[in-house]
Design a protein around this ligand. Structure first.
Ligand code: NDP
Length: 273
């Protein structure tokens, strides 16, 4: 299953996230396991310090590079120091690829407007297939829209049943910006928080699915791309096995009603890094 970005490029609806997947074997293995399980989308970032391992995992998988949708992100220090082009080149070298499918401004750090212009230049020079943002609120999006040549193809933001972020998602989707949910399972809290929620467990039991599959399916049916992280092969497989069932509109509403605006990540308007 794929979604189409505002420049016609397709993005697979389920990708593997690799934040906190350890450098070295753990990341190489996770990427290989995911590709074997059918994933064709990997989400990394310069600051995850595992771009080289992501590149290695892709190479070892023996799948054509062009069949993998690869995302990486411009870190805040490079936004602040107006270093977009060099940072992109460094990411390409670490990943061992000629081009990235999606390059995102990781956070709206000071200088993000200039970073967006620099991203547009990379795009115009055909050095990147699509450009977007992450952790951008409505006011950040409106700010760059004033001078922008292009609308971001993607906004990657926190979203899960306890922090649905629905207003921002609706705003983005209305503007043709594809939303990718990060921490789609509630991040590290998923160790026993959202995945044990009685409403989620009840729906999972009824449909003979796991709690994670129910939550990921809820995202897909809202038109949202997901990038669940796992280092375990059986969970990587489980998180991708969500295309052959459907949630009723009643169950969708029940899950949406769990929202309590409870974030697990940093505040995009007040982050200290
Ligand atoms: P997730 O919501 O993907 O949750 C990951 C946690 O859930 C891990 O502890 C994982 O453990 C566990 N898990 C995964 N699958 C299952 C399952 N089926 N059943 C039970 N537990 C499971 O959180 P993340 O915060 O990692 O977000 C996903 C990705 O989003 C990141 O890897 C990164 O790529 C991106 N991200 C982007 C941010 C941004 O600022 N743009 C911020 C945060 C994340 P285990 O590995 O042991 O399976």
């Amino acid at each position: 299953m794929e979604l189409t970005l505002n420049n016609g490029i397709k993005i697979p609806a389920v990708g593997l996230g690799v934040w906190q997947t350890a450098k070295g074997e753990e990341t190489v293995n996770a990427v290989q396991m995911a590709i074997k399980a059918g994933y064709r989308h990997i989400d990394t970032a310069m600051i995850y310090r595992n771009e080289a391992e992501v590149g290695e995992g892709i190479k070892l998988s023996n799948i054509d590079r062009d069949d993998i949708f690869l995302t990486t992100k411009l870190w805040n220090d490079d936004v602040r120091s107006r270093n977009t082009e060099n940072a992109y080149q460094t990411s390409l070298e670490l990943l061992g690829v000629d081009i990235v499918d999606l390059y995102l401004i990781h956070w709206a750090a000071e200088g993000y407007q200039e970073a967006w212009s620099a991203m547009e230049k990379l795009y115009d020079a055909k050095k990147v297939r699509a450009i977007g943002v992450s952790n951008f609120q409505i006011h950040h999006l409106e700010d760059i829209a004033k001078d922008a040549k292009y609308t971001p193809a993607v906004n990657q933001i926190e979203s899960h049943p306890y922090f649905s972020n629905q207003e921002l998602i609706d705003y983005c989707q209305d503007k043709g910006i594809v939303v990718t949910a990060y921490s789609p399972l509630g991040g590290r809290a998923s160790d026993g928080n959202i995945l044990a929620d009685p409403t989620i467990v009840e729906i999972a039991t009824k449909l003979d699915r796991t709690a994670a599959q129910i939550i990921l399916r809820w995202h897909l049916q809202r038109g949202v791309v997901v990038i669940p992280k796992s280092k375990s092969e059986h969970r990587i497989i489980e998180n991708f096995d969500i295309f052959n069932f459907e949630l009723s509109s009643e169950d969708m509403q029940k899950i949406s009603a769990l929202n309590k605006n409870q974030k697990v990540g940093a505040d995009p308007d007040n982050f200290g890094f």
